[in-house]
Design a protein around this ligand. Structure first.
Ligand code: MLC
Ligand code: AMP
Length: 515
């Protein structure tokens, strides 16, 4: 049996070639037939660049329908799609390329000349470009390429994608997702959320992460639905387009920003059947305000890069604020004791562990790390803390991992602390998340100066980090303190730091509009 995820989409390409699959606010429109034709030509380009099944194709491009066609071409060819955040800077990109050793790196057109150095440095075999208007060398090649119609015959465990997630050690890990992982999860979600070919999704998420690529696009492709691609979140544009749509998926910031628009009311959402939130905790208050304004109860679900989606509030039953619902079909969730690993009864808080067809194949070239995050019976330790209540709803109550989630993006403090610690005049630093009204958590740093040294000021640290870290990872505020708070074991007390700086964004934002 061929487990290629592409087969799950293929019937719609053939059955409804004239139906729109993707459109854009500027009026570009791509039918299922056109998307298939272009992705088959792109598969031809991959063949001409000698991309073989299992080879990585690193794609760091702006959001466009053509990027999805390239994703489809990779699936079809059995190549491993490796999307990268366009915000990553030089040193970050070099790490990903040297770790993944891709056969092909695709970058925005304006970076192409500079990116050739990756080829010269031997990090990749080919460099091509893809712009957001269907421009770039890749599409130029596609115009002349022979379409490939063969669909690579793959095992269930063969890789469809590698997504890098930062780590608590500061070193990013490539999460390996198989065709079967992605296929089973999108089927489970499509069913749980009652997706049909009649749905139209408003897509305003980035397409280099699980949420925007796998949850959103794979579901649409699985049921033969359609979607509008917005380049980024623009609330007024979302509201303009809402009368044509049935579903929105977003991170909590989507909903807090929508609530700020006076245009959000019952009439504005009249055609919508479902609002989904995930990637970060949705405040019960946002849930409630959204229900009051629109009559819609946001459906919150829980997932992560390594596992795809694990749980979801019910479509038909009660969607309970502050919870992430029940395990999806094919997924199991249990709560265990942090020390002993023993399963805990309902109502008790512990580590959230998951098992199922959705759970990834491990970290790219990190067998030790992979082993240490799985139990012997196949459960994956998520690093989230939670409890299952008497009615079976999962509550995510915190994190065991040192992680900040800013606007749905994960930021691992270690990576930033290491860079700050290298600066002259710095003895040590700590990075943590502080409640932020727009982003959920704001990345914040404290710096301890070296004895007798002049500590670098906030602006100079920020200017050094600007070239070395993607924008969303950069601390919004940096404070100088005399010593880090530590417990008797010497561990930095980030909870105390979070308390000490608890209102820096909330109080400031009450009288200023921006931080
Ligand atoms: C943008 N900026 C951010 C930021 N996003 N800073 C911190 N955190 C973020 N999330 C920076 C910008 O570069 C800009 O910097 C400044 O902040 C203001 O930008 P903005 O215009 O307000 O940002 P905007 O484009 O509106 O983006 C905010 C956002 C976006 C929340 C809409 O970040 C977003 O779409 N997030 C979704 C991330 C996501 O898809 N997560 C899912 C991961 S998968 P400057 O210097 O230019 O002013 C996963 C698994 C699962 O987690 O369960 O789903
Ligand atoms: P990522 O590694 O970027 O895929 O982020 C996954 C992490 O996001 C999870 O481990 C959780 O900590 C968090 N997360 C995702 N969805 C939710 C949610 N609905 N509520 C709380 N946390 C969430």
């Amino acid at each position: 049996m061929n487990h290629n995820l592409f087969l799950q989409f293929e019937a719609h390409f053939r059955a409804t070639p004239d139906k729109t699959l993707i459109d854009t606010p500027e009026g570009r429109r791509y039918s299922y037939g056109e998307v298939l034709a272009t992705s088959q030509r792109l598969a031809g380009v991959l063949q001409s660049l000698d991309v073989q099944p299992g080879d990585r194709v690193a794609v760091q491009v702006g959001k466009s329908p053509e990027a999805i066609m390239l994703y489809l071409a990779c699936l079809q060819a059995g190549a491993v799609y490796l999307p990268l955040n366009t915000g990553y800077t030089g040193a970050e990109i070099e790490y990903f390329l040297s770790d993944a050793a891709p056969q092909l790196y695709v970058c925005p057109t304006e970076w192409e000349a500079d990116a050739k150095r990756f080829y010269q440095e031997g990090l990749v075999v080919h460099v091509e470009s893809l712009g957001t208007d269907g421009d770039g060398s890749l599409m130029e090649r596609a115009a002349f390429a022979e379409p490939v119609t063969d669909i690579a015959c793959l095992e269930a465990s063969d890789l469809a994608a590698i997504l890098y997630t930062s780590g608590t050690t500061g070193r990013s890990k490539g999460a390996m997702l198989s065709h079967a992982n992605l296929a089973s999860n999108s089927r489970a979600l499509a069913e749980a959320w009652r997706f049909t070919a009649g749905d139209h999704l408003l897509h305003a998420l980035p397409i280099f992460h699980t949420h925007g690529l796998f949850v959103a696009c794979n579901i649409v492709l699985t049921v033969g639905a359609s979607m509008t691609f917005l380049p980024k979140l623009d609330v007024e544009q979302l509201l303009d387009l809402m009368p044509r749509a049935t579903v929105l998926m977003g991170v909590p910031t989507f909903y807090t920003r929508l609530l700020q628009s006076p245009r959000l009311n019952r009439d504005a959402v009249a055609s919508m059947r479902l609002f989904v939130s995930g990637s970060a905790p949705l405040m019960a208050e946002t849930h409630e305000q959204f229900r009051e304004r629109t009559g819609h109860v946001i459906l919150e679900r829980y997932g992560m890069t390594e596992t795809n989606m694990n749980t979801s509030n019910p479509y038909d039953g009660e969607r309970r604020p502050g919870t992430v619902g029940f395990p999806l079909p094919g997924s199991e969730v249990r709560i265990t004791d942090r020390e002993s690993g023993a399963e805990l009864p309902r109502g008790e808080t512990g580590l959230v562990e998951v098992r199922g067809d959705n759970v990834f194949q491990g970290y790219w070239q990190m067998p030790e790390k992979t082993r240490s995050e799985f139990r012997d019976d196949g459960f994956f330790i998520t690093g989230d803390l939670g409890l299952i209540d008497d009615d079976g709803y999962l509550h995510i109550v915190g994190r065991d991992k040192d992680l900040v989630i800013s606007g749905g993006y994960n930021v691992y403090p270690k990576e930033i602390e290491q860079l700050i610690d290298e600066l002259p005049g710095v003895a040590e630093s700590a990075v943590f998340g502080v409640e932020h009204p727009d982003l959920g958590e704001g990345v914040t740093a404290v710096v301890v100066p070296r004895e007798g040294a002049e500590p670098p000021d906030e602006a100079s640290i920020q200017s050094v980090l600007r070239d070395r870290l993607a924008r969303y990872k950069q601390p919004k505020r940096i404070f100088t303190i005399e010593a880090l708070p530590r417990n008797v074991m010497g561990k930095v007390q980030k909870n105390q730091l979070r308390n000490d700086y608890a209102d820096i964004y909330t109080v400031k934002e009450a009288d200023e509009t921006a931080v």
